[in-house]
Design a protein around this ligand. Structure first.
Ligand code: HQG
Length: 180
């Protein structure tokens, strides 16, 4: 399977499993899982056809490990990034002392005022590596990298979660914890 097809199926799965399952008439369970059989048949009904093997390749080779399979390999869900309301049931864990967030200049006036907000997602997304934040910010233009004092936030009582693919998640980063 070529890169282009992998990317195409990955984008489709992100759309369905994170944002709009209803576009193919699919319902996610309360933890974001979908039956692979049902997903495939409903996707095919809308002209998006792929085999189970192709789906498994997309899950395994995904550059950011965006998707997870259930233990019995019958269900799939996105590891993070949802805008639909689901509970990932992540456990709160202590973050590293510093985490990074990549954004762009046009959001900076608002971020300086309100801190980092989760916008349309469930959480604010942060990374352990600065390079990851550079890649995230670059999706929107010239990246601006913010250092978040996550250790201090945690000690001040703010919970952090780490997704199965190592994205750090929190509710809101108030301005006083951001190094601009
Ligand atoms: C910005 C991709 C105005 C924030 C990536 C960001 C990531 C504010 C945008 C994952 C703000 C939200 C998440 C405020 C934050 N005022 N703008 N107060 N606070 N923002 O896409 O972090 O490929 O929801 O800086 O790689 O960019 O989908 O979040 O620019 O891991 O797997 O509002 O999405 O992963 O944008 O990206 P997003 P994000 P996937």
């Amino acid at each position: 399977m070529n890169e282009k097809r992998i990317k195409n199926i990955s984008k489709f799965l992100s759309l369905i499993l994170r944002h709009s399952p209803e576009t193919i008439g699919l319902q996610l369970d309360s933890q974001g899982w979908a039956s692979i059989q049902e997903l495939m048949s409903k996707a095919a009904g809308k002209g998006q056809r792929f085999t189970v093997d192709e789906l498994l390749i997309v899950v395994a080779e995904n550059d950011k490990q965006r998707f997870a399979l259930s233990e019995d390999n019958t269900r799939i869900r996105a590891n993070q990034g949802h805008s639909v309301k689901i509970a990932l049931d992540l456990e709160a864990v202590a973050p590293p002392e510093y985490l990074y967030h990549g954004t762009v200049g046009k959001f900076m006036p608002a971020i300086r005022k309100e801190g980092l907000l989760k916008m349309s997602r469930h959480h604010v997304h942060l990374s352990e590596k600065r390079d990851t934040a550079v890649a995230v910010g670059s999706r929107r233009g010239l990246p601006v990298i913010l250092t978040v004092h996550s250790g201090r936030m945690f000690r001040d009582g703010m919970p952090f979660f780490c997704s199965a693919n190592n994205v750090w998640l929190t509710d809101h980063v108030p301005v006083k914890y951001i190094e601009f």
